[in-house]
Design a binder for this molecule. Structure first.
Ligand code: FMN
Length: 179
């Protein structure tokens, strides 16, 4: 069975990021996908410290934390939903630390994977999401992962704001048709 896993970089349990990610996973489940969800704020993932041991020892990252479980989830999933609100024109720290740790993962983790990006933000200017989008476009290009869809939810500040934006919820649900 195909598997889709959401990795949420939002610390707000009932916030806009998780609401949209859950809409995607629900639609995928209806279509027969196995689903999984990770709140990065609740797992123990340390900083990449650039020791480069991962590239020298052939055994991967020497840090023993939850990134090993994340790597397994990434590998066993066909699609990753990466959700992060815009924080200071970038991704949240939780999402950035997770992404930095991809540095130590074996190549096969990335083979034949697709990504759906979910990016809520307070601003209504598309340009405010440009650095997050650009970072993941270039990073995914580098590791050979296809971005299947990008959902930017502008104008959402309060945690439940996106619930009153049916066009964005529809866009999230329709992302499943692109994977
Ligand atoms: C620390 C912090 C920094 C933020 N920086 C930005 C920003 O640079 N641009 C923006 O449009 N919104 C910014 N926001 C607003 C969030 O992106 C917005 O509230 C979003 O909907 C939060 O998503 P969530 O409900 O999933 O947590 C920031 C919020 C916080 C807490």
């Amino acid at each position: 069975m195909a598997k889709i896993t959401g990795f949420s970089g939002s610390p707000r349990k009932s916030g806009n990021t998780n609401f949209l990610m859950e809409a995607i996973l629900k639609k995928a489940a209806e279509k027969g996908w196995e689903t999984d969800f990770v709140t990065l704020n609740k797992v123990d993932i340390g900083f990449c410290e650039a020791c480069d041991a991962c590239h020298k020892n052939g055994k991967g990252c020497v840090k023993k934390d939850d990134m090993q479980t994340m790597a397994e989830k990434m590998k066993e999933s066909d699609v990753w939903v990466l959700g992060t609100p815009v924080y200071w024109w970038g991704p949240t720290a939780q999402m950035k630390v997770f992404t930095d740790r991809w540095y130590g993962l074996p190549r096969e983790t990335f083979e034949n994977k697709k990504v759906i990006l979910v990016i809520p933000m307070a601003d209504t200017e598309d340009k405010t999401a440009s650095h997050v989008i650009g970072m993941y476009q270039d990073s995914c290009d580098f590791i050979g992962v296809e971005i299947a869809d990008i959902i930017v939810a502008g104008g959402v500040t309060e945690p439940d704001a996106v619930k009153s934006k049916p066009e964005i919820i529809k866009q999230a649900e329709e992302a499943v048709g692109k994977i």
